[in-house]
Design a protein around this ligand. Sequence first.
Ligand SMILES: Cc1cc2nc3c(=O)[nH]c(=O)nc-3n(C[C@H](O)[C@H](O)[C@H](O)COP(=O)(O)O)c2cc1C
Length: 312
Amino acid sequence: MMDWTDRHCRYFLRQLSSQALLYTEMVTTGALLHGDTQRFLRYHDCEHPLALQLGGSNPADLAACARLAQRHGYDEVNLNVGCPSDRVQNNMIGACLMGHPQLVADCVRTMRDAVDIPVTVKHRIGINGRDSYAELCEFVGTVREAGCTSFTVHARIAILEGLSPKENREIPPLRYEIAAQLKQDFPDLEIILNGGIKTLEECQQHLQTFDGVMLGREAYHNPYLLAQVDQLLFGLDRPVITRAETLTRMRPYIEQHLAEGGAMHHITRHVLGLAQGFPGARRFRQLLSVDVHKTTDPLALLDQSIELLAGH
Ligand SMILES: Cc1cc2nc3c(=O)[nH]c(=O)nc-3n(C[C@H](O)[C@H](O)[C@H](O)COP(=O)(O)O)c2cc1C
């Protein structure tokens, strides 16, 4: 998620689940090929399994980016066909590509020819003016012919004029039954459900129908939700990490970042949700989002925050 799931956020989330597939923010081909490539690709080894999400529609550029991803050790490349922002539409990136199934297929084919790692697609169930189930099937069927076998379906349409990206994640209704129909009609494809999932119980329910689930906002705002993913969704027999332990494990990483000249809030801005739902949450957020900008001893502040988590 753009501006949210940067490498620090992913490092943090990885402490909570060793198994969940993590995604980068969407990186456009232009930014990757002509911008600060190393900054966009950088990650910590512990982040695996990790997918690089690309935004673009030029097959050759996407293939070049997929090669970069593979060379840097990413486990998967995902093409974004879901982002509704005006900025990306003007560049033929994101959800508007649902209106161009053949172009998406060409992109996927060229990317697949360039790399050995899986090339996957994340998309909506439609866009305004092209939101019938037949058109969705045409999209998925055409992209499947190019060799894509894994589709992550954000189960609402995107309305490309008049709604902000935020509204486009809230206003068009969720239609899980459409995604379920897709799984039924394309049983050989891996169909991963996304949109509005808030609990692991819901995940377990959806996993009766779908091959996977993807959590966005809830995983960010309430990250401790992920603490039981390994046990409940992946069947691993291991103790559930505590909130305090999660943050304690971040300490050496934060120390390293500080030693490289970074600021603690670059990292701690992503952990604010860790205290969600119990007394002390406000103080925790105050320490790590406000006081953090004034302190001369960030690690002492971190230790204070860890103490607030103890016992919860
Ligand atoms: C701040 C923000 C940034 C997002 N950036 C991306 C992105 O870069 N790529 C993407 O595929 N989806 C992006 N999304 C959409 C989410 O991945 C997800 O599809 C959507 O929020 C619905 O799932 P959820 O209800 O679990 O959050 C973003 C969402 C938010 C809130």
